[in-house]
Design a protein around this ligand. Structure first.
Ligand SMILES: [Zn+2]
Length: 323
C-alpha cells in the first residue's frame, strides 16, 4: 500500500489523502486549500494523479477544507462514489453550492471590472459542477462496515466535530488504517463526545490545535453575558461573526441559555446567514446526531429572527434598537 499526503501537511487546509493498493486507489477527504493566495493557487494546479483512476472518495465531514475540491475532481474526470454519513452529505451539498456561487460571482465581478490577469476569469467550479458531484454521493451508515472495493472496507464512527462528522476506519490488505478527521471535544454543548478507535496499524490524526488548550464553553458563556449587557447598556448592537456550520448553532444555543436564565434582557436576536439557516434545518432533521431535543430546538429558534436575504439585513441595519 502507498499513502500520499496531498494536503493539510505543512498547512491546515486542503485535507486529502490518496491510498493506493495493488488494485485500487481511493481518497480520504477531498479538501480545498484556503487562506493565503499561495495556498489558494495550489487548488488550480493539475493533480499529480489521474482523477479518473480513483475508485471512491470517503469523507470524514462536510467542511470545505475536507470537501471543497470534490467538484474540481469530478470536473477533471472522477466518476466513482463519494461516501459519507447522511448529515455529512447534506451539509456538503449546502457548503459546496455556497462555495460555487461565491466562485461564480467572483469570476463575474473580475470579468466586469477587468482586474483578473486571466481573460476571461473562470470560476474554480460552478453550481452545475456541484450538481454533478452530488449525483455521486452515497450514504454510509454510521458504525457499519461498507465494502468500498474488492479488498477495501470502511467504517464511519462518530467523532463529535460537526453534525455528521466521523473518523474512518479502513481495512485494506489486512491492515487497519484510521483517519481521525477533525476531532470534537469531550464536553460540547451540542455534540456528544467522540468515540475512540480501538485498534490501528496506522493512525492519521489531525493536529490543528495541537499544543493548545481550548477554553471550556462554561467559561465562554459568562464572558458573552458581560459583553452583551455592556453593548445593550451603551445602546449599541453586538455583531458576532461566526462559521455558519456548527459555530453559529452553538452560539444560538449559548444566547438562548443566557436569555432563559434571565442573564441578558429580551432584545432582538438575529441569525443572519442563509447557509447558517440551511444548517439549522439540518439540525432539526438529524436528531440522533446532537444533544438538542426537538422541542428545545424549536424553542431556541423561536427567539431568533432568521435572515436569509440581504434585503432583510439592510432593513435590520436601519433600525437603531440594540440587538
Ligand atoms: Zn472541520
Amino acid at each position: 500500500m502507498k499513502l500520499t499526503f496531498l494536503g493539510a501537511a505543512g498547512t491546515v487546509t486542503g485535507s486529502k489523502y490518496l491510498l493506493e493498493t495493488d488494485e485500487e486507489k481511493i481518497m480520504i477527504d477531498c479538501g480545498m486549500f484556503q487562506g493565503l493566495k499561495e495556498l489558494r493557487l495550489l487548488n488550480w494546479q493539475h493533480p499529480e494523479f489521474d482523477p479518473a483512476s480513483i475508485k471512491a472518495v470517503l469523507l470524514t465531514h462536510a467542511h470545505l477544507d475536507h470537501t471543497g475540491y470534490l467538484p474540481r475532481l469530478v470536473k477533471l474526470g472522477f466518476k466513482g462514489k463519494i461516501f459519507g454519513t447522511s448529515p455529512t452529505l447534506k451539509a456538503a451539498e449546502i457548503i459546496l453550492k455556497d462555495a460555487a456561487k461565491i466562485q461564480e460571482e467572483e469570476a463575474e465581478r473580475a470579468n466586469k471590472e477587468g482586474y483578473s490577469k486571466h481573460k476571461p476569469a473562470l470560476a474554480f467550479y460552478t453550481v452545475e459542477d456541484v450538481t454533478h458531484t452530488i449525483g455521486l454521493f452515497q450514504v454510509a451508515e454510521v458504525d457499519e462496515w461498507v465494502q468500498i472495493s474488492g479488498n477495501i472496507k470502511a467504517r464511519f464512527l462518530y467523532n463529535g466535530h460537526i453534525l455528521g462528522s466521523t473518523f474512518i476506519e479502513i481495512k485494506a490488505n489486512e491492515k487497519m488504517l484510521v483517519f481521525s478527521g477533525d476531532i470534537g471535544r469531550e464536553n460540547d454543548l451540542l455534540l456528544y463526545p467522540p468515540k475512540k478507535p480501538e485498534k490501528a496499524d496506522v493512525l492519521l490524526i489531525e493536529s490543528t490545535y495541537g499544543g493548545k488548550i481550548h477554553a471550556e464553553e462554561s467559561t465562554i458563556i459568562p464572558q458573552l453575558e458581560i459583553i452583551i449587557n455592556d453593548s445593550v447598556l451603551k445602546g449599541g448592537s453586538l455583531f458576532v461573526p461566526s462559521f455558519a456550520v456548527e459555530r453559529t448553532q452553538l452560539l444560538m444555543l449559548m444566547l438562548w441559555q443566557l436569555l432563559k436564565d434571565k442573564k441578558i434582557p429580551e432584545i432582538p436576536m438575529i441569525m443572519d446567514s442563509p447557509m447558517g439557516a440551511n444548517v439549522l434545518d439540518l439540525f432539526h432533521h438529524s436528531r440522533k446526531w446532537h444533544k438538542l431535543q426537538p422541542d428545545e430546538c424549536d424553542e431556541m429558534c423561536s427567539h431568533f429572527t432568521i435572515v436569509k436575504h440581504f434585503r432583510e439585513t439592510l432593513e435590520i441595519r436601519e433600525d437603531k434598537i440594540p440587538k
